[in-house]
Design a protein around this ligand. Structure first.
Ligand code: NDP
Length: 289
């Protein structure tokens, strides 16, 4: 790709950042669509976020993605926050506006589109289990609540974190919707078949032999399983779910679609399906290496 004086610059701020697939994704989309745009990785110390955002604005950066550990840390330094992102309490995409950056959360449409690809489009009246109460789980739980699920069982190692998130989401959507439980109390979930979304970092490379729950009985609760981790491509959680007869998907499509949504916010252009599929195949190949 030819970088010119007119080229608009975006990037991802993270720490660490070397593992990020976002540069591959965005530069591929820009090249395929002929957009004068480049996307670079920035390793940013979370204690320096304020200066980094001021510097990025002064250097005319069009936008940024923010990931671990910045998604909540950047909130005080934004000019404006999109309503959905403010409700979730986490931002992963910054878009340049007059005087600063506006924050969005594209993890939410990302997980929604990934679920749709897995055939999950009906939420109203159904129940789900979410494992994890970190930054990514916030978008997942908010999406399921917004789409009308009747109950969301929220499991987390640290109960206080699940309780905090449940309090926040129930405050918006209604008491009792999100039920927080310590992960090892999962037997309190009534027997049935659930959409189960794994949103902890347990099982992520290099700890590939770990799963958030080891008991095979837990996996018999699953109808459709989605692990938002994408390294490895098949996590221990997914293996257990498949052994129990469930469909299981990894987080690569969520990663793809949160990036597509961010790219569209920055460029104002719709990413054609063949371009996003090409990007998906490229990322899949890179993960296999
Ligand atoms: P956070 O650090 O905010 O949250 C981590 C979560 O994992 C918490 O629920 C934490 O529980 C739990 N956890 C961590 N270690 C353990 C352990 N040893 N045992 C039990 N639970 C544990 O991370 P994020 O929410 O930002 O990210 C979570 C995962 O999602 C990561 O693997 C990340 O790569 C992935 N992700 C994928 C995306 C995609 O597009 N596919 C997008 C964003 C994230 P506790 O509260 O008890 O500490």
């Amino acid at each position: 790709m030819l970088v010119k004086g007119t080229t608009r610059v975006c990037g991802v701020m993270a720490d660490p950042v070397a593992h990020s697939l976002s540069p591959v994704l965005h530069n591929y989309m820009a090249e395929q669509m002929g957009i004068d745009f480049i996307y670079v990785p920035f390793r940013v110390d979370v204690r320096r976020v304020e200066e980094v955002l001021k510097g990025a604005y002064e250097m005319n950066l069009l936008g940024m993605n923010a990931t671990v550990p910045h998604k909540q840390a950047i909130l005080p330094y934004l000019k404006e926050i999109d309503r959905g992102a403010a409700d979730i309490g986490a931002v992963n995409t910054l878009v340049r506006m007059e005087g600063g950056y506006k924050g969005y959360n594209t993890d939410l449409p990302g997980i929604k589109r990934a679920l749709a690809d897995a055939g999950v489009t009906q939420f109203a009246g159904r129940e789900a289990v979410v494992v994890g109460a970190g930054g990514a789980a916030r978008a997942v739980v908010y999406l399921l609540a917004r789409e009308g699920m009747s109950r969301i069982w929220l499991l987390n190692r640290t109960l206080a974190r699940a309780e905090e998130m449940a309090g926040h989401v129930n405050g918006i959507f209604g008491e009792g919707l999100v039920v927080p439980l310590r992960t090892d109390c999962w037997r309190q979930i009534p027997a049935g078949k659930y959409l189960v979304i794994q949103a902890t970092s347990v099982g992520m490379y290099p700890c590939v032999e770990e799963a958030p729950v080891e008991d095979p009985a837990f996996y018999r609760l699953i109808d459709v399983a989605m692990d938002i981790i994408y390294t490895p491509a098949k996590t221990k959680f997914m293996k257990y779910a498949m052994e129990a007869g469930a469909e299981a998907y990894n987080g690569l499509r969520m990663l793809l679609y949160q990036g597509v949504e961010a790219f569209e916010l920055w460029t104002g252009q719709t990413v054609p399906a063949e371009v996003s599929e090409g990007a998906y195949c490229l990322m899949e190949r890179m993960l296999e290496q």
